[in-house]
Every structure is written in structure tokens, then in C-alpha cells.
Design a binder for this molecule. Structure first.
Ligand SMILES: [Zn+2]
Length: 292
């Protein structure tokens, strides 16, 4: 029937759009913060401060990917910079899209939190501290200066920072090399203005929309590209128990786990962490991604 074919096409289109963090709420812009978000080609999810997401359709059919999605692109070997030695292999030698990393290279599990710093970041930090867990925060550069205290706290409490670009541009892979490099470098500079000299050894592409070029440019800036092995799609705001089940059932030795402390209402993620963290810490060693 025609309607069924339409539904299938719509689902297929949705699948193309749902690439991980930040895609469903990418069109959300809070009116009061419009000036900072009105630049052409710049995604606005990062300024969503908890308003209902306008594209909740994917939340009704979220995927719980236990394995990374995306094409297996060409391997990109390190050319310069000082990539972290803690991960096995060199940057670009991972098993995610375009050689991005999906595992830690050991049995240790790495929790990663995207799209902050954001109001929920402090709640995530409180929970991590309660269970003595170190994690990795993939931060958006343009949010750094206004949340400098959160950046300082992330570093002071032993977590690792990761570059999630300046503006969370979901089309980053289609920009010029200069634009891509600027998105990464501006974020590094903003972080170093707050915490001088803090290691910036990791990059995560917005939405996980990797390309060979973005991975290569990250390498040139000394950063390994991190994808994920476990994606509970918490950014689509599924029920708390769904987030819990997806993380706990898919996490295994070495998993890099993707969750979100920013980009929208993360109250369900925070509540889910109250169950997820004690469970994971009883089963795995949890690490901040190594910076040396
Ligand atoms: Zn993101």
C-alpha cells in the first residue's frame, strides 16, 4: 500500500538523520538566545535549554545501537601532533567510522558526555564524584566562556576534556579544511583561556557525522577521534528506564559509552545515571580517556 511505502521512506530518511548526539534537537533554538545561534550553517542544539524538542518523532522509535554506525572509511594515520599513548593503536586506527575509536583499547570502560558545558553538567559531575568515577566531556567551544567554572571543575576533578567543535555544526564534514580546523582550534583556545595548558587529545564529530578529512585534521591538531560503542540515544529523551537498559545491556569490556550532559533537557539522563553508575562501577573499571 502506498501509505506503507511512504512510512518506510520516512523511516529511512529518519535513519539517515539520526546520527548520534545532537541531531534531533539540532533545530531547537531558544528565542532568548537567538543572536548567538542565528549564524547560517550553525546548529542551534547547544543553546536548547530544556524546551521540548521539536522533532520527537525519533524518540518513538529510538535505536539502541550496541555497535557503531556509519561507513568504515579509510584509515588515517597520524601525521603530526602528540596523540595520546594510552589508547591502543594510533589515532585513526580505530574500528569506528573513518578509523575513529569505539573502544578504549583495554577492558576499561569510558563514559563520555557530549554537548556541554550545560546546566546539567554539574549534576553529572556530582554523581560521578559520588561513585568516584572519572569520565570524558566533549564540550562545545562557544559554551565554554560562559561556563568557565564548569570547565575548571571538570579538569580539577580529574576528568578528560574532548573537543566537540565550536558550534556543533552537523555539516562539518562538508566545510573547507580551514573551517573545520577553525571549529576545532577555536574550541581548544577557548578551553585554554580557562584552563591553560590542559591536554586536548580527543575530538568527537557532532552527530558522529565523520569524514576522512575531519579525522585527519583532528590528527594534525594532536587529537584522536572518538566515536562510541554504546549509544542509548538519551538525547531523544526516552524514558529513564530505557536509557538505563540500553546502557547496561550494551556496555562491555572496553566500551566507549555516549551520553549527554548538554543540548537539551537531560533530566532523564541524570536520573538514569543514579542507577547506571553504581551498576557499571561494580562490573567494570571506568576511566577518563588517557591524555598521556
Ligand atoms: Zn553533540
Amino acid at each position: 500500500m502506498a501509505w506503507r511505502r511512504m512510512a518506510i521512506l520516512a523511516l529511512a530518511a529518519m535513519t539517515l538523520v539520526v546520527g548520534g548526539c545532537g541531531t534531533a534537537h539540532a533545530v531547537t533554538a531558544h528565542p532568548s538566545k537567538a543572536p548567538a545561534a542565528a549564524q547560517p550553517g550553525v546548529q542551534n542544539d547547544a543553546v536548547d535549554d530544556g524546551q521540548p524538542d521539536p522533532a520527537p518523532s525519533s524518540a518513538s522509535s529510538p535505536r539502541a545501537s550496541g555497535s557503531p554506525s556509519g561507513p568504515a572509511g579509510p584509515k588515517v594515520r597520524g601525521k603530526s601532533g602528540t596523540p595520546p599513548a594510552g589508547l591502543s593503536g594510533s589515532p585513526g586506527s580505530g574500528h569506528g567510522p573513518f578509523g575513529s575509536m569505539t573502544t578504549t583499547g583495554s577492558a576499561a570502560v569510558a563514559l563520555t558526555f557530549d554537548d556541554g558545558p550545560f546546566p546539567y553538567t554539574s549534576q553529572v559531575l556530582d554523581l560521578l564524584a559520588r561513585y568516584h568515577i572519572k569520565a570524558t566531556f566533549c564540550v562545545i567551544g562557544r559554551q565554554v566562556a560562559a561556563n568557565a567554572e564548569l570547565i575548571k571543575r571538570i579538569v580539577a576533578e580529574g576528568h578528560t576534556l574532548c573537543d566537540h567543535t565550536w558550534s556543533h555544526d552537523l555539516n562539518l564534514r562538508n566545510r573547507s579544511a580551514d573551517q573545520i580546523r577553525a571549529e576545532m582550534q577555536k574550541t581548544i583556545d577557548a578551553i585554554h583561556a580557562v584552563v591553560p595548558g590542559v591536554p586536548m587529545k580527543y575530538f568527537r564529530e557532532p552527530g558522529g557525522m565523520w569524514s576522512a578529512q575531519t579525522v585527519s585534521i583532528a590528527v594534525s591538531l594532536g587529537m584522536a577521534s572518538i566515536h562510541w560503542a554504546v549509544d542509548p540515544s538519551d538525547w531523544t529523551r526516552p524514558p529513564i528506564q530505557v536509557i538505563i537498559n540500553r546502557v547496561l545491556s550494551h556496555t562491555g569490556p572496553g566500551s566507549i559509552v555516549l551520553m549527554h550532559d548538554g543540548g537539551g533537557d537531560r533530566s532523564n539522563t541524570v536520573v538514569a545515571l543514579r542507577t547506571i553508575l553504581p551498576n557499571l562501577v561494580s562490573r567494570f573499571t571506568l576511566i577518563a580517556l588517557p591524555t598521556t
